[in-house]
Design a protein around this ligand. Structure first.
Ligand code: MOS
Length: 710
């Protein structure tokens, strides 16, 4: 069962509309509807606020502002991140454009939205700092990244290596603000009864958001139930607790009636997190035959004073290639924008876009094949941690990708291949992504009637978690997938590290397999040596009148020797062909091949789908996506899906996604690693490098839009 590319077991529910998402839940009875009014300035204060008109509007039940909002627990900058309380409407200060200034609850959504517009606000606007480039000189070096790794690493003497050359690259790259933008906007239905809060919440982290909500509302964790049975995409933006959940809960409690809140698409831009804009300086020094002697990656990224998110963008350089002299550093520049958060491939996406573009520049400077340059600097030992890179299949990915793509037919001279009105180019890049492991529990129960039920609070955010949980349990118990019922994403189930960081599937699989192992042992003990679950399923009650259950646990990586003795990563290589219109500068991707090694694959179909999605984000990061801040007002200028460009079908030709047959014995006992965000790793740089090969123009300010090529 492990590895089989079976269809999603929740697929029929989804395509028939029977998978019920947070905002559609009807568990709580007739709800009221809440609508958030956001600040129309980027920095300053509320000078005056008049809610009389809104309060007397039809159907209105409640208008909350900073003047009457219930007292809440204070924000705490906990290193665990996703369990941080996020109180709302606490002061008259405004720290970012769109910050909630009023919350209106009414009988219908339309009434709430109309009344929210009737709240009369006078602002005391202050000048803010909204522009990274203009404030980059205020960058503050960071000792520690948000994921706990050191902000700076230094080996040897990079400056000396750069002076010695003989061939060096020293370039600056900029990567823009990105938004996760899941298809399902963030939503919450809150139900308060009998001193207990139940939220049906679109979240990636059940246990963590439960704590965050409890602390925000001043409740004990066991007074809060979180249910996230179906979630329509997350991409990082549903890891954290946001305003819609807190405001729905506050209002439900105050009104003693269920309240539901969904963000509008524009509010997804203002009230959830963004990837910070970054300025990267990449330095490379090499011998004439292409041996790296030094590498450096300095990143300066936007942050907010209130809640700094220090994305690990320079960490990709730490494990990708050997070189004796190394320097990676992160600094932040505080701007008056909302706090940045984890967005699709945090760290690797922007980091590899810059670093692997620089590697391409080096290949041309040396006149060495870009694949050859990467192979030449491959390493089996993590150059900074000094431990083996387990499952290091980078060279396999590079060779397999080059062969499948037909890399040997690449135009060697940039700008040399013309087909009609188009310049055609090939590009490639390497990919690496950290593999994480977080504490996760799962329980397996066999009922006396033979039903097998698997439970964990890990959500399935659309990635296939329901299905892979059934596969793992079926394989481990020796039964059919259709004999397993999977229940996920409820705070009554064993807590997990959530669905993020590409770790949900491996965390859950390990815990689940351990639970199944215990069940197998119990059955063998009770029913006789050699008895398997299958042998007793028809008559469980005979051996276990109350049924039988067991809990399995995955330990956090800090406690796992595998993560001390090895540098845990997944690998990939991407190859792209683009055609650039000579007259307009329009870049079209013609084809792309991605080859990946991510340990043992649990479901070939869902894994491939995720990797393909990641490759599309990569194309997007090279050619399409950027959110722009108005430097005068601090608002997102293109904060909707009409103007925040993401690739559509017409932008994406057939792309080839290849998974190497792999098993990583040093990752865990199942050999599984994460795939969720690997597909994006290096893909953007493959496209950017193809654009250079086509045109001879090197664009270092992403995305590569038309005007930058003219
Ligand atoms: Mo992902 S940005 O870790 O949900």
């Amino acid at each position: 069962m492990i590895g089989a590319g079976i269809n999603r077991i929740d697929g029929p529910l989804k395509v028939t509309g029977r998978a019920v998402y947070s905002y559609e839940r009807q568990d709580a009875g007739q709800p009221f509807y809440g609508f958030i009014r956001g600040a129309a300035i980027g920095k300053g204060k509320i000078a005056a606020i008049d809610t009389a008109e809104a309060e007397s509007a039809p159907g209105v039940r409640l208008v909350l502002t900073h003047r009457n909002a219930p007292k809440q627990g204070a924000f705490v900058n906990k290193p665990t991140i996703f369990d941080r309380p996020h109180p709302q409407l606490t002061t008259d200060r405004i720290e970012y454009f769109g910050e909630p200034v009023a919350f209106v609850v009414a009988d219908t959504f339309e009434q709430a939205r109309a009344a929210a517009a009737l709240v009369n606000l006078t602002y005391g606007r202050e000048d803010g700092a909204f522009d990274l480039a203009n404030h980059a000189d205020q960058a503050e070096p960071q000792a520690t990244l948000s994921i706990g790794l050191p902000g700076e690493t230094r080996f040897g003497d990079l400056e000396a290596a750069m002076s010695a050359g003989p061939v060096t690259i020293d370039q600056t790259y900029t990567t823009p603000y990105h938004f996760s933008q899941p298809m399902e906007p963030h939503a919450c239905l809150a139900d308060w009864r009998d001193d207990h809060l139940t939220v049906y919440l679109a979240t990636q982290t059940v246990a963590q958001n439960r704590i965050a909500l409890a602390e925000t509302l001043g409740l004990a964790a066991d007074q809060v139930t979180v249910d996230a049975a179906f979630v329509g995409g997350g991409f990082g933006s549903k890891l954290y607790l946001h305003a819609e959940a807190v405001l729905a809960a506050l209002a439900a409690r105050k009104l003693a009636n269920p309240v539901k809140v969904a963000l509008t698409r524009r509010q997804v831009f203002t009230l959830t997190g963004h990837r910070p804009e970054m300025i990267h300086r990449v330095r490379l020094a090499a011998t004439l035959d292409g041996q790296l002697t030094g590498l450096g990656h300095d990143v300066n990224l936007q942050a907010a004073v209130a809640e700094p998110w220090i994305e690990q963008a320079a960490t990709v350089a730490r494990s990708l290639y050997a070189a004796p002299n190394r320097l990676t550093r992160h600094s932040i520049t505080n701007l008056d924008l909302k706090a940045a958060e984890a967005v699709r491939g945090p760290g690797e996406l922007p980091g590899l876009l810059a670093f692997e573009t620089a590697m391409d520049e080096l290949a041309y400077a040396l006149d060495i094949d870009p694949v050859e340059l990467r192979l030449k600097n491959d390493t089996a030992i993590d150059p900074e941690l000094g431990v083996p890179l387990n499952g290091r299949r980078l060279a396999d990915c590079l060779r397999e990708g080059a062969k499948r793509f037909g890399w040997d037919r690449r135009p060697k001279t940039p700008g040399s291949r013309r087909e009609g009105d188009h310049l055609v180019g090939y590009g490639m890049a390497a990919g690496i992504r950290m593999h994480f492991q977080g504490p996760t529990g799962a329980i397996v129960r066999i009922e006396p009637d033979g039903r097998v039920i698997v439970r964990s609070d890990t959500p399935d955010i659309g990635t296939g978690t329901y299905t892979i949980a059934a596969q793992i349990a079926a394989e481990s118990l020796g039964i059919g997938v259709d004999q397993v019922t999977v229940q996920l994403a409820h705070s009554d189930f064993p807590p997990s590290a959530g669905a993020g960081g590409s770790w949900g599937a491996s965390n859950l699989s390990i815990a689940l397999d351990r639970a199944c192992q215990q069940i197998r042992n119990r059955i063998a003990e009770a029913a006789g040596l050699g008895a398997t679950p299958n042998d007793i399923l028809a008559d469980v009650g005979r051996w276990f009148p109350e049924g039988v259950e067991a809990t399995g646990q995955t330990i956090g990586q800090a406690d796992d020797p595998n993560f001390k003795n090895y540098s845990q990563n997944t690998y990939g290589a991407a190859f792209a062909e683009v055609a650039v219109d000579i007259a307009t500068g329009e870049v079209r991707l013609r084809r792309m091949t991605g080859v990946f090694a991510a340990g043992r694959i649990v479901n070939a179909k869902t894994a491939r789908s995720q990797l393909m999605g990641g490759m599309i984000w990569g194309v997007s990061s090279a050619l399409h996506e950027a959110a722009h801040v108005d430097p005068r007002y601090g608002n997102w200028v293109n904060g909707d899906l009409a103007e925040y460009l993401m690739p559509v079908h017409a932008d994406i030709p057939a792309i080839e996604t290849v998974l190497l047959d792999d098993y990583d014995e040093h990752a865990n006992h199942l050999g599984i690693k994460g795939v969720g965000e690997l597909g994006v790793c290096g893909t953007g740089a493959a496209v950017s490098n193809a654009v250079f090969n086509a045109t001879g123009i090197r664009v270092r300010d992403f995305p590569i839009t038309l005007s930058k090529l003219l």
